[in-house]
Design a protein around this ligand. Structure first.
Ligand SMILES: CC(C)(COP(=O)(O)OP(=O)(O)OC[C@H]1O[C@@H](n2cnc3c(N)ncnc32)[C@H](O)[C@@H]1OP(=O)(O)O)[C@@H](O)C(=O)NCCC(=O)NCCS
Length: 111
């Protein structure tokens, strides 16, 4: 049984993001767009009220595990996700480099 303070990570596919809930409140999210089999992460944010307790790390860890489960790959445009990948070798096999083409594609995608 989870305690009420165990954060829960949820995929909101229609919003292209994973959210992290603490006691039912949305504490933050990481946003992506899919480019074929690549899930391109471009922004991660944790609400200030929840900052500095490792929630971004829990969120990104679970988001990347979900990417692995769905057979996709990760492109870390978001600096937080890039830093996370540098520290967590276990996702190296599903990580693709950020290229100028992908940055350009993302800009077009986001409008
Ligand atoms: C960056 C952010 C998501 C971290 O959330 P958090 O839950 O407080 O983070 P955690 O407690 O899991 O981790 C803190 C780590 O984030 C790192 N960090 C903070 N701001 C960062 C940034 N802009 N880019 C990369 N890493 C950052 C810290 O250096 C720290 O690293 P460490 O674990 O190696 O010491 C949060 O501060 C935030 O929403 N910032 C504003 C938006 C932003 O700059 N997002 C990142 C780029 S898209």
């Amino acid at each position: 049984m989870y305690s009420s303070t165990t954060p829960v990570v949820d995929l909101a596919d229609h919003q292209h993001r994973y959210g992290i809930l603490v006691d039912g409140r949305l504490a933050g999210f990481t946003e992506y767009r899919d480019r074929g089999a690549q899930r391109v992460f471009f922004h991660t944010e944790i609400d200030e009220a929840f900052a500095g307790r490792g929630l971004a790390s829990v969120l990104v860890q679970q988001a990347l595990s979900d990417v692995r489960k769905s057979g996709k790959r990760v492109v870390p445009i978001c600096p937080y996700v890039a830093k996370f990948l540098q520290k967590h070798d276990e996702f190296a096999d599903i990580a693709d480099p950020v290229t100028p083409e992908i940055r350009h594609w993302l800009r077009t995608e986001l409008g």
